[in-house]
Design a protein around this ligand. Structure first.
Ligand SMILES: [Zn+2]
Length: 343
């Protein structure tokens, strides 16, 4: 029943994760269920990332609300917690691989070129998170950036206020693409931003409101991640959309996936970073993790814009190549978007 997680960068490591030795219980969130929040650091290629996890303990034990418990306790519960989801994940994994697209995406795309168009619409829409669980309103358009933009240049803008970071994001984004703004429950991206507060739900809503105000559009709602289990991420795919017109994979019968609207924010480094976040979630403890292999990969679907050279397939592929080079269980494929040019 882990409610939130941040990227796990150690999928290659043995089960004992050295980063967690630095963990400490920071806060006890509620006294009706035993939710603890721990914070620790993990290192990947010399980059130290702060990770925060919130855990709902299985057996309620009142005294834990008042005492700082040693890490061993936290870790043990944590592992029990994951065992608890193992069966659910095994089942979800097995069922996801029954899908004909999942089994052979390239063949599906060749055979369903026309149907595929149903996932595309007009440019822009409601701004949502890249989380595979968020669901665009039926028939309405949507665009996707992690945490509705909360990770925008996070390292570069370290120490800046939410106001300043919202300002930077809303200046960088194509404003014409955003009609209104949402935030969502259990948002991993917002949970990463402890600098804005410990409560990820509040942070998500505050950010959503801040950017909506700057963009001069309505902030709509704090929605549940309706398309996935609350306990884990079950995406096998990430869609990297250069058009800003890829509305919803489900409309064409494509499997769910993290969706990033690269075509509304012309910043390849930011795009690659956000797809990297999606990858680490999917391949980490709270995603399908080590179930991904070279034969059953996590697949990134690149959608170039046939009408705009700055968002071309070639350019987008180049941006993401380092991720595929680094992880043999990551595969990149391409998907053709319809052109909007009248021929
Ligand atoms: Zn999110």
């Amino acid at each position: 029943m882990t409610n939130y997680h941040a990227p796990d960068n150690h999928q290659q490591d043995p089960p004992a994760k050295h980063g967690r030795e630095q963990a400490e219980v920071k806060e006890i969130v509620t006294d009706t269920i035993n939710t603890h929040r721990v914070r620790f650091h993990e290192e990947e290629n010399g980059v130290v990332t702060e990770i925060a996890e919130e855990m709902t303990f299985i057996a309620p034990e009142k005294e834990h609300r008042h005492l700082q418990k040693p890490l061993s306790y936290v870790t043990q519960e944590h592992m029990i917690d994951h065992e608890h989801h193992k069966e659910q994940k095994d089942k979800a994994w097995k069922s996801a691989w029954q899908d004909t697209f999942v089994q052979n995406p390239q063949q599906w795309l060749e055979e369903n070129a026309e149907k595929l168009q149903e996932s595309f619409g007009d440019f822009g829409g409601k701004l949502m998170c890249i989380d595979e669980g968020v669901e665009p309103e039926n028939g309405k358009n949507a665009v996707y950036i992690a945490g509705s933009g909360i990770l925008y240049k996070r390292d570069e803008l370290k120490g800046k206020s939410m106001e300043e970071r919202a300002d930077a994001f809303t200046k960088a984004i194509d404003r014409s693409a955003v009609r209104d703004v949402t935030s969502h429950q259990l948002c991993g991206a917002c949970g990463m931003c402890k600098e804005f507060g410990e409560d990820a739900e509040k942070v998500a809503m505050m950010w959503g409101k801040a950017i909506a105000k700057k963009l001069g559009v309505p902030y709509i709602d704090h929605v549940p991640p309706a398309r996935r289990p609350k306990e884990f991420h079950d995406a096998l795919f990430a869609y990297y959309d250069g058009t800003g017109r890829f509305q919803d994979p489900a409309r064409a019968g494509l499997p769910k996936g993290f969706t990033y609207s690269r075509g509304i924010l012309n910043d390849g480094a930011q795009g690659a970073f956000e797809i990297g976040v999606a990858r680490s979630i999917a391949m980490g403890d709270h995603g399908f993790g080590k179930r991904f292999t070279k034969e059953n990969p996590f697949t990134i679907v690149v959608i170039g814009d046939p009408d705009r050279p700055e968002f071309s397939e070639e350019k987008l592929l180049q941006e993401l190549q380092p991720i595929a080079d680094q992880y043999e269980m990551v595969k990149i494929i391409t998907m053709k978007a319809p052109s909007q040019k009248v021929s």
